[in-house]
Design a protein around this ligand. Structure first.
Ligand SMILES: NC(=O)C1=CN([C@@H]2O[C@H](COP(=O)(O)OP(=O)(O)OC[C@H]3O[C@@H](n4cnc5c(N)ncnc54)[C@H](OP(=O)(O)O)[C@@H]3O)[C@@H](O)[C@H]2O)[C@@H](O)CC1
Ligand SMILES: [K+]
Length: 460
């Protein structure tokens, strides 16, 4: 499973607007369909490697793409068959089918499979679950390689509904832009390897996949404070704050203070008595404060969160600190740069009653809090109050273990303490976290993410 780095993601509504803009600039929808069909034919040709191909065509333009691909594959000498669910219902699909000179078989229970199945039944126009009979017929074709056109049929492309496709894809060719379903659970794993065929659409937009991680070398004139100073406030479980402080150092902070714990994991971390917290918040050199790791709901947490908010420092709020800060953050209306890092349960507690896809909910939460939200999970979404979104699918499954969230909070603190945009800092931290996890893989425990042998390996 993979998606290309740093490419646009569009909802079906935004996709239609992009198509319309394309048409207005002189590129017809028919031309776009030809380009889509050509991209699919190229990939199908490579996947089939000479074996027979069966293309399943639906009634809309997704089916139209399938007919174009069938024609181009046949022209290249591929052994290709077409089966249709229904007659074409759009002008473009009718025109594409008219140019297909081969037979069109019915898509029923007697349909013989082929080594490669191209699924061009439904794309962004799917408006309801698939009929039961079709699901059964498709399931009888399972077990072959499947190439999905735009999205695996049966998937709701905007990621609002969790419909699963009866024919999960090995490869999905996203047309023009990726769609939310390619990067959100539960649909993303059904898309296999997602490739983007740009087909000349200017997909601009504010949603993208995670960019590749670039290592940022300190400035030649750097000193420890210019690289960013981070204050981590420990709660009753100081191990979590210790992990966050170690991660902040590893992620590039030049100076890290751990307040309220004498369990500093590295000698380079300044462990301080908790009584000095208020004074430290007044330290002008501090570039980011982290509150929340290992700190359950309590009056003390509320006090520490309020003190940090009142100090006006850029903040990373994790776990119970998120709900504790929310009313005040909302009032502050973005005056304090903040990154919130909730997992599913924390998100539901802090932002009850939101609806829509995970992207919609992350955006609504960011707008309410006027803060950057890193809505964690295997399909982490980073959302900014101004509407920017980065989707981090697929993360690393090895991160599903205790303490990795504390490490992410620490990395967010390091990136935020450098100064600059909180959204960019959160994106860099998520990329750093996933890249390190990918290096470790099986057996990962959170401490490994901050271990020195990994530093040596990463520097090899
Ligand atoms: N982006 C681009 O620039 C380009 C996009 N292109 C392609 O166009 C695709 C979108 O095409 P599209 O809008 O025609 O929708 P599509 O997915 O084919 O399905 C709509 C049809 O399905 C029907 N239908 C819906 N649900 C159903 C159900 N459960 N069970 C049964 N029927 C159901 C629906 O009928 P209705 O709901 O009206 O009854 C309608 O007839 C897009 O994904 C991409 O592949 C390229 O060609 C060119 C460039
Ligand atoms: K499809």
């Amino acid at each position: 499973m993979s998606v290309p780095a740093n490419v646009p993601i569009l909802t079906s509504e935004a996709m239609r607007a992009a198509e319309a803009a394309c048409a207005a600039s002189g590129v017809s929808l028919s031309e776009l369909m030809d380009r889509a069909g050509a991209a699919i034919a190229d990939i199908a040709w490579r996947m089939a490697a000479g074996s027979p191909i069966l293309i399943l065509c639906g009634p809309g333009n997704n089916g139209g793409d399938g007919y174009v691909a069938a024609r181009l594959l046949a022209e290249r000498g591929a052994e290709v068959r077409v089966a249709a669910l229904a007659d074409p219902a759009t002008e473009l699909a009718r025109a594409a089918r008219a140019l297909w000179t081969g037979a069109v078989e019915p898509l029923d229970r007697d349909l013989a499979p082929a080594a490669l199945i191209v699924d061009a039944l439904f794309g962004v126009g799917l408006s309801r679950p698939l009929p039961y009979e079709l699901i059964e017929n498709l399931q009888s074709l399972a077990g072959r390689r499947v190439l999905a056109v735009d999205v695996p049929s049966g998937v709701a492309s905007d990621g609002v509904r969790d419909w699963s496709p009866p024919l999960p894809a090995d490869v999905t060719v996203a047309l023009g832009a990726l769609k939310p379903a390619h990067v959100l659970l539960p649909t993303a794993p059904h898309c296999g390897q997602v490739l983007l065929a740009r087909i000349g659409i200017d997909a601009g937009g504010t949603m993208r996949t995670l960019p590749s991680v670039s290592s940022t070398k300190p400035d030649v004139a750097a000193h420890k404070f210019s690289r960013g100073m981070v204050l981590v406030r420990a709660g009753p479980m100081p191990g979590a704050a210790g992990l966050a402080s170690a991660a902040a150092l590893r992620a590039g902070a030049g100076y890290v203070v751990l307040s309220g714990s004498d369990h500093a994991p590295f000698s380079a971390i300044i462990a301080e008595d908790g009584a000095g917290y208020a004074d430290r918040l007044g330290d002008a050199r501090i570039g980011a404060v982290i509150v929340g790791p290992g700190y359950p709901v309590s009056d003390a947490l509320d006090d520490d969160v309020m003190a940090a908010l009142d100090a006006g420092k850029p903040l990373v709020l994790d776990a119970a600190a998120i709900a504790a800060a929310l009313p005040r953050l909302h009032q502050l209306d973005g005056a304090v740069p903040a990154i919130l890092t909730p997992h599913e349960g924390e998100f539901a507690r802090a932002f009850p009653g939101l609806s829509g896809s995970k992207i919609d909910r992350a955006l609504a939460a960011a707008a309410f809090a006027q803060a950057v939200v890193v809505y964690k999970g295997a399909d982490t979404i980073i959302a900014a109050p101004d509407g920017r979104v980065v989707a981090a699918w697929p993360g690393s499954p090895w991160l599903a273990t205790a303490g990795t969230g504390d490490v992410l909070a620490g990395a967010c603190g390091a990136m935020l303490a450098r100064g600059g945009d909180a959204f960019d800092a959160a994106v860099a931290a998520v990329g750093w976290h996933i890249a390190r996890a990918a290096r470790i893989g099986p057996g990962l425990v959170a401490d490994d993410l901050v271990a020195d042998d990994l530093v040596r390996e990463c520097n090899d």
